[in-house]
Design a protein around this ligand. Structure first.
Ligand SMILES: [Ca+2]
Ligand SMILES: [Ca+2]
Length: 190
């Protein structure tokens, strides 16, 4: 009888430890919002926007696995008839083929509006990481979310990283690429 209650106590402690440790472990991969802006310095080059008519998501990844990097992002706005959704995924891996997303377990944030937000920032990481920004929309409040029809990307290079300005398109006619707009920064001193 005593042995059984000891087993139950040990089990209870083990479960309590798991309950505390698991959120801590997952939290280390989560983004947080901040009043600061990405510390990009010294503009090097502004590139012309690139139109990607078939793209439903955009991935940002490290090309230098030896130096710590940090990824920032925010919704900057959008001019759309339909409801917009942003989903952000992170994987400790090289980029997947265009338009392929990681599993739901790699989902780090979901926002179901294109109202502007402050900056979110992921913890600093070192190694091969890929951050996916997936733009969706739906035509009525109860219809299923649908993939964007395309994407416009404008990159600006700084001495310590890159800023990407993304605009998702929610019309098959590809009219303006401004329905869900994001800013994504990867800061990585070389
Ligand atoms: Ca549009
Ligand atoms: Ca629009």
């Amino acid at each position: 009888m005593q042995r059984r209650s000891l087993v139950y106590s040990v089990l209870g402690v083990a479960i309590a430890v798991l309950l505390i440790a698991f959120p801590l472990a997952t939290h280390s991969l989560a983004q947080r919002s901040t009043s600061a802006s990405p510390p990009l310095r010294n503009l090097v080059q502004e590139f012309d926007p690139v139109i990607m008519p078939e793209a439903t998501a955009y991935s940002v990844f490290t090309t230098n696995p030896d130096t710590p990097h940090q990824v920032w992002y925010r919704i900057s706005g959008g001019d759309a008839l339909f409801r917009q959704r942003l989903r952000v995924f992170v994987e400790n891996a090289s980029p997947r083929p265009q338009n392929q997303l990681p599993p739901e377990s790699a989902l780090r944030q979901e926002i179901t509006t294109n109202a502007p937000t402050g900056w979110f920032v992921f913890p600093s990481e070192t190694g091969i990481f890929t951050y996916y920004f997936d733009g969706d929309h739906r035509t009525t409040p109860n219809s299923p979310w649908e993939n964007a029809f395309g994407l416009k990307v404008k990159r600006t290079r700084f001495s310590n990283g890159n800023l990407y300005e993304l605009g998702f398109e929610d019309q098959a006619s590809l009219d303006d690429y401004n329905d869900l707009e994001l800013q994504v920064a990867i800061v990585q001193p070389s």
